[in-house]
Design a protein around this ligand. Structure first.
Ligand code: SAH
Length: 273
């Protein structure tokens, strides 16, 4: 797939140069869609490829908050399609319509677009509507990895990622997965732990973990990972609910080997240290 910028490495950072062909190639009748993971927040955690594509495309589409995160990369010549949180389907349809007109379109999604993000919905829509579009997914740093790096090294062994949001997934299914992950002694990363409307899921999740894990099992809580406002705490299963948990929080529950020291949470890989 063709992009029209060239990246240059310089001592004081990375710069982009336009090549002679200009900003975009709208002559192609087959529209191009990029589903771009923009990482957890601050631009320094955006991949170079994501940076390049957001700079190059004709149209950038995304939830308002994510557009704001990459706002400084978007120029006046680019069209922006932004909508509120629950308008995912409309947003994707608008973005795909723009692509069908021959535009190069980036659909931005926080973290990794393929982890509770927009990538699946885009591909499902292209398949269902039998659209003649080229779709490329650009990976991003997902919240699990961003939060883990802030906490130390809690994901050094097998881990499971579970979203506590029951908006699209039946709660019964979530409970079943929590039980299996806890019973399997996985480290567990919880996404969407709590929102204004969903306060009890994290309470129930903790109860399930306590049926399989020690109350002293380390729990890392990271709010706004890799953003200017980042906050983290390492606590344990017993006390985790005393901490502030919200929409932009990732919770990591250790396995039976996980330990904490100073400001770090570590799950041993098994080396003899
Ligand atoms: N596609 C995103 C996840 C979207 S689901 C990704 O790959 O990261 C939204 C959930 O992700 C939030 O409820 C929170 O649990 C987590 N999350 C996203 N950004 C985060 C951040 N900067 N810090 C902590 N958690 C974050």
């Amino acid at each position: 797939m063709r992009t029209s910028s060239i990246i240059e490495w310089q001592e004081d950072g990375i710069t982009l140069k336009e090549d002679e062909t200009g900003r975009s190639d709208s002559s192609s009748s087959r529209g191009e869609v990029y589903v771009v993971g923009i990482g957890p927040g601050d631009l320094e955690h955006l991949s170079i490829k994501a940076f390049q594509i957001i700079k190059d495309v004709d149209v950038v589409a995304g939830y308002n908050t994510y557009i704001d995160l990459v706002d400084e990369l978007i120029s006046k010549e680019q069209e922006v399609i932004s909508t509120g949180m629950t308008k995912e389907i409309d947003r994707v349809e608008m973005a795909l319509e723009a692509a069908q007109k021959g535009n190069r379109v980036a659909i931005v999604s926080s973290g990794d677009a393929g982890v509770y993000g927009m990538a699946g919905l885009v591909l499902e829509t292209v398949d269902k509507k039998d659209l003649e579009l080229e779709v490329e997914i650009i990976p991003g740093i997902t919240a699990a990895n961003a939060a883990a790096s802030t906490l130390g090294a809690p994901l050094m062994h097998d881990y499971a990622v579970i979203s506590l949001s029951d908006l699209l997934t039946p709660w019964k299914v979530i409970v079943d997965r929590l039980k299996r992950a806890a019973g399997g002694d996985f480290v567990v990363v919880l996404y969407n732990p709590k929102s204004k409307q969903r306060q009890q899921q994290i309470v129930k999740a903790r109860e399930i973990f306590l049926q399989h894990k020690e109350p002293a099992t380390p729990v890392g809580i990271v709010r706004s990972a890799k953003r200017g406002s980042e906050e983290m705490v390492i606590t344990d299963l017993e006390n985790m609910l005393d901490e502030e948990i919200g929409m932009v929080t990732t919770v990591i529950i250790g396995n039976s080997e996980t330990f904490s020291f100073a400001d770090s949470m570590v799950t041993p890989r098994g080396y003899e240290v």
